[in-house]
Design a protein around this ligand. Structure first.
Ligand code: GTP
Ligand code: MG
Length: 176
């Protein structure tokens, strides 16, 4: 049989930043303009092959609405990797992402592989002056260096970088 590496991934981030849309793009290569907020959490799986190995992702897509925040520890407790998502046009969502990163490191430790994802890059693509970009590069870079994060700018809408995020997690999460 082909060896399979299973990676448990949790998605965290403010409501409406596009967590479920990132998962939908990765799992089904699809996008919906009006996606319902997640209630509680959703569980999905996806297999990819790399270098003759199968990587099975077990994905917990959490709900970002504040009333569901107490549930999050149940989903991140056993995770080997996390996608912490913000919306590149929404400054507040970046600071919320920063809080999630700090909580993960405090509660899970530093073995978890964390990818910070700036989603909705399509909204900046025709924005030459980057007027709608909420966070300037140095602020993002600073957090990534301080907390040892991978960083991706992505769009669930166009599919930009979505596959690469998971592929990189597959490389960075150590084999058991
Ligand atoms: P919660 O489940 O409430 O935590 O929200 P979420 O983070 O799962 O967000 P969701 O994926 O439901 O997306 C929220 C809205 O943003 C939806 O209307 C999506 O269509 C839209 N959206 C998601 N990703 C993108 C993107 O990359 N670009 C654009 N333009 N819109 C996006
Ligand atoms: Mg959702």
């Amino acid at each position: 049989a082909i060896p399979t590496l299973t990676i448990k991934v949790v998605l965290l981030g403010e409501s409406a930043v596009g967590k479920s849309s990132i998962v939908l793009r990765f799992v089904s290569d699809d996008f919906k303009e009006s996606k319902e907020p997640t209630i509680g959490a959703a569980f999905l799986t996806k297999r990819i092959t790399r270098d003759g190995k199968v990587i099975k992702f077990e994905i917990w897509d959490t709900a970002g609405q504040e009333r569901f925040a107490p549930l999050a520890p149940m989903y991140y407790r056993n995770a080997q990797a996390a996608l912490v998502v913000f919306d590149v046009t929404n400054e507040g969502s970046f600071y919320k992402a920063q809080n999630w990163v700090e909580e993960l490191h405090e509660k899970v430790g530093h073995d978890i592989v964390i990818a910070l994802v700036g989603n909705k890059m399509d909204l900046l693509n025709n924005d030459d002056e980057n007027e709608n970009r909420a966070m300037k590069a140095p602020a993002v870079q600073n957090l990534c260096e301080r907390e040892n994060l991978l960083y991706f700018e992505a769009s669930a809408k166009t599919g930009e970088n979505i596959y690469q995020i998971f592929q990189t997690l597959g490389e960075k999460v150590p084999c058991p």
